[in-house]
Design a protein around this ligand. Structure first.
Ligand SMILES: [Zn+2]
Length: 367
C-alpha cells in the first residue's frame, strides 16, 4: 500500500504516503524542477531556511519528433536518458529523495503505440523515477488495455515500483478504481478546470486507500477570473498531493526572447503583474492591485514574506518571480499542515469555507 489514510472528515482526508520507504504526511505540495529553481534564485531563501522537498516531480515535455527518435534509436534514447539523469541529479542535490517523472505531450502527439509506451516505462525506470507513470493519450476503453500492458511489462521486467495510472476525464477514474489490484496510485491531469473529473474523484476515490496526485494544478482559476485558487485545498475532493505545471519549452524560449527586448519600464510593469497567493483568503491578486505598502508578514510568515512589503517583493525584476513563487511553495506547504490539523480535529469543512476564493471556486464547480 502506498498511502494510508489516517483520518477523513467531510472536508478532506489526511494520511501518510510511503514511496519506497520515504514517508510524508498528506495533503502536501510536491515541488517540481521549476520550484527548486526559484528557491535557488530567491535572495530570501538559503540553505538555512530551505523547505523540505523530500518528494518532487520532474515534468518532461515530449513532441512527436523526439518521441519517435527515442523509440527508434538507442543513441537518442541514451541521450535523453542521460539528460534526464543530469536534471534529476540537480533535484537530488537540493534534497529531493523520491521522484516522479511526469510526461506532458504537445499537440503533435495524438496517441501512443505499444512500443512507445514500453520505451516511456523503461525511460522512467532507467532514470530512477520511483513510481512508473502510465501515460494516457487514449480513449477510456483503450486505456483499460494499456493498464494491463503496463502491468505485464512490470511483471516481465521484474520491477517492483508502483504503477501510476493517469486520469484525464471522470470516466478514466472509474476504470482506474476497478484496477486497484495493480494500480495503487492515480495521477489526475488538472490542466483544464474539469469539474466532472473532480466529481468522479470525490465520489469514487475519496473513500479508497489509493494515492491521488494532481499534476498541472492551476496557480489561479478561470472560474473566479484568475483572482483566486484552491491550492492544496484540492484535498477537499480527495486529492492527496499536488504539483504545478511547467510551461511548454517553446513558450519558455519565446518568453526569454521577449524579455531581451523589454524596456526597464515594461519589466517593472511585468513584475507588478505577478500574482501573490494570499493564504488568508486564497486570493491570487496582482501585486499592482494590492496596497503596495502592506507588509506581507500580515499574511504569511515564510522567509520571503517576513522581509517584504507588496512593493519590495517584486521591485527587482530579476528576482520578482523567484520571490513570488518561493513564497507560494512555502505557503502551500504550511497550508498543507494546517489542513492536516483541521482534518484531525474534524474541522476541515469550516476551514475550507473560511477561504473565500477557494469556497467561491467550489460553488462555481458545483462539486
Ligand atoms: Zn510567504
Amino acid at each position: 500500500m502506498v498511502i494510508e489514510i489516517k483520518n477523513a472528515d467531510i472536508g478532506g482526508r489526511e494520511g501518510v504516503l510511503d514511496i519506497e520507504g520515504m514517508k510524508i504526511k498528506t495533503p502536501d505540495y510536491l515541488p517540481n524542477q521549476k520550484d527548486i529553481n526559484v528557491l535557488k534564485n530567491s535572495p530570501f531563501v538559503s540553505s538555512t531556511n530551505f523547505p523540505n522537498v523530500d518528494v518532487g516531480t520532474y515534468i518532461h515535455w515530449l513532441n512527436l519528433q523526439t518521441l519517435t527518435s527515442i523509440s527508434g534509436s538507442s543513441k537518442k534514447y541514451n541521450d535523453t536518458k542521460n539528460y534526464l539523469k543530469s536534471r534529476l541529479k540537480l533535484m537530488t542535490d537540493s534534497g529531493v529523495k523520491r521522484k516522479l517523472l511526469h510526461f506532458e505531450f504537445d499537440k503533435s502527439v495524438p496517441t501512443l503505440s505499444g512500443q512507445k509506451l514500453d520505451v516511456l516505462f523503461q525511460l522512467q525506470d532507467d532514470v530512477g523515477a520511483d513510481v512508473i507513470e502510465i501515460p494516457n493519450l487514449f480513449s477510456t476503453d483503450e486505456y483499460k488495455k494499456v493498464l494491463d500492458r503496463a502491468s505485464e511489462w512490470r511483471r516481465f521486467k521484474g520491477i517492483e515500483k508502483e504503477l501510476m495510472g493517469i486520469a484525464n476525464e471522470g470516466s478514466d477514474v472509474k476504470i482506474l478504481k476497478d484496477k486497484n489490484n495493480t494500480i495503487s496510485c492515480i495521477g489526475v491531469n488538472l490542466k483544464r478546470e474539469n469539474s466532472p473529473l473532480l466529481f468522479a474523484i470525490k465520489n469514487y476515490l475519496k473513500q479508497e486507500d489509493i494515492w491521488v496526485h494532481a499534476f498541472s494544478v492551476p496557480r489561479s482559476y478561470r472560474a473566479v477570473k484568475w483572482k483566486g485558487t484552491l491550492g492544496v485545498l484540492l484535498n477537499y475532493y480527495g486529492i492527496d498531493t499536488i504539483s504545478a505545471k511547467t510551461a511548454h519549452p517553446k513558450s519558455s524560449r519565446n518568453y526569454m526572447f521577449q524579455i531581451e527586448s523589454k524596456t526597464e519600464e515594461e519589466k517593472s510593469e511585468q513584475s507588478q503583474d505577478s500574482k501573490y497567493f494570499n493564504p488568508i483568503d486564497y486570493s491570487t491578486l496582482k501585486c499592482k492591485n494590492m496596497n503596495t505598502d502592506l507588509e506581507l508578514s500580515k499574511f504569511c510568515n515564510c522567509p520571503v514574506c517576513r522581509n517584504n512589503t507588496v512593493s519590495t517583493v517584486v521591485q527587482d525584476f530579476d528576482t520578482a518571480n523567484a520571490n513570488i513563487r518561493s513564497h507560494e511553495l512555502f505557503a502551500y506547504k504550511s497550508e498543507s499542515h494546517n489542513y492536516q490539523d483541521k482534518i484531525k480535529q474534524n474541522a476541515s469543512d469550516g476551514y475550507f469555507n473560511s477561504k473565500k476564493y477557494a469556497k467561491e471556486i467550489a460553488v462555481r464547480f458545483r462539486v
